[in-house]
Design a protein around this ligand. Structure first.
Ligand SMILES: [Mn+2]
Length: 337
């Protein structure tokens, strides 16, 4: 399956893997579809190459991605990790879809206790903001998803993808391209997706599981949120806000799945930039940005120390709600053509 453009670093990774048997795979907090699909897919690929590979996460995998899990992943407090003997320690760690080491959250504090001394770090990512950490760097912001770089690694290792791995990687590409709708959707990711279907991925089943089986509460909440929409800059900027009380009413256990809500802010006429602002703490707001392509939202969120991609980015903003909204809208105004 030589459909992937080779990527810098994959040969170095192949060499490094020759002398190791135990590999640890980590990704960013609140793992999205690309993170989940890529780490699971990579684990399967490394296992097919005869290695022992484990995934350790700081957070649980969202219910809509659980169908992708073929074997349980480990979490930070897992007894298996705290009882590792000298011979069990992992010999290399691969960060996936994380623009900097800190993005893996609580995994980072404990990481050294699970690794042999001097274990090399591998950085597989496609964020433009990636700071190129690690000993082996496989970073290409031109790729629509980290999954495509994982496919490059599989190609380098000469591993045939099973249908299970193909499903995992397809889900990753599907979600990171917004179902092949974002500006990052190009011939390379479509070719990669086609190769995955050839290897047995089931696009319709994957899309159904991820997008068409949300709890009814999600839609009831969405109804409320749609009514908070405000337009600015001659209708080119759309802001949707979610007060914390609303979450408390709908999701008393605090487990709110808001992924995808922001997409509704860029699905109406004339919109260039859409923002979804939700309160996550006292005076703390999480803002997610989407762009239709004219404006690079990754540059907007830089003003708030955020990160992401050209068409999808996010940041935290602090202060009273009205002020937070005003600062965000003002910043967007600076970048609109
Ligand atoms: Mn990604």
């Amino acid at each position: 399956m030589n459909v992937m453009l080779p990527t810098e670093g994959s040969e170095a990774l192949k060499e490094a893997l020759e002398s190791v048997d135990r590999i640890l795979i980590v990704t960013h907090v609140n793992p999205d579809g690309d993170a989940v699909g890529s780490v699971l897919g990579l684990r399967g690929i490394l296992e097919a190459a005869g290695k022992r590979a484990e995934v350790v996460l700081a957070d649980d995998i969202s219910s809509k991605y659980q169908f992708l899990i073929d074997r349980p992943v480990l979490h930070v407090g897992d007894p298996l990790l705290s009882s590792l003997t000298e011979e069990d320690l992992f010999q290399i760690v691969i960060f996936v879809d994380a623009s900097e080491r800190e993005r893996v959250g609580s995994v980072l504090d404990r990481l050294h206790t699970w690794l042999v001394e001097g274990a090399p770090e591998v950085n597989i990512d496609h964020h433009i903001s990636n700071n190129r950490f690690g000993d082996i760097v496989i970073v290409d912001p031109e790729r629509a998803s980290s999954a495509e770089l994982v496919m490059c690694v599989a190609q380098e290792l000469g591993i045939e993808l099973t249908s299970g791995i193909a499903d995992q990687l397809f889900a990753a590409i599907l979600t990171d391209t917004g179902r092949f709708q974002y500006i990052n959707t190009d011939e390379h990711c479509l070719r990669a997706a086609a190769a995955l279907v050839e290897a047995g991925a089931d696009p319709s089943r994957i899309a159904q599981r991820i997008y068409l089986e949300r709890p009814v509460l999600f839609y009831k909440l969405l109804g409320h949120l749609l009514s908070t929409i405000e337009l600015y800059h001659d209708g080119r900027t759309c802001v949707m806000t979610m007060p914390r009380e609303l979450v408390a009413n709908f999701f008393p256990d605090g487990n709110m799945d808001s992924e995808g809500i922001v997409d509704f802010t860029v699905q109406m006429e004339n919109i260039e930039v859409g923002i979804f602002i939700r309160q996550t703490g006292e005076g703390v707001y999480r803002a997610s940005f989407r762009s239709r392509g004219t404006v690079d939202v990754q540059r907007i969120v830089k003003a708030f120390s955020g990160g992401g991609h050209e068409s999808a980015a996010g940041c935290e903003v602090f202060g009273p709600q009205e002020e937070v909204k005003e600062r965000i809208v003002t910043e967007v105004g600076k970048w609109l053509p």
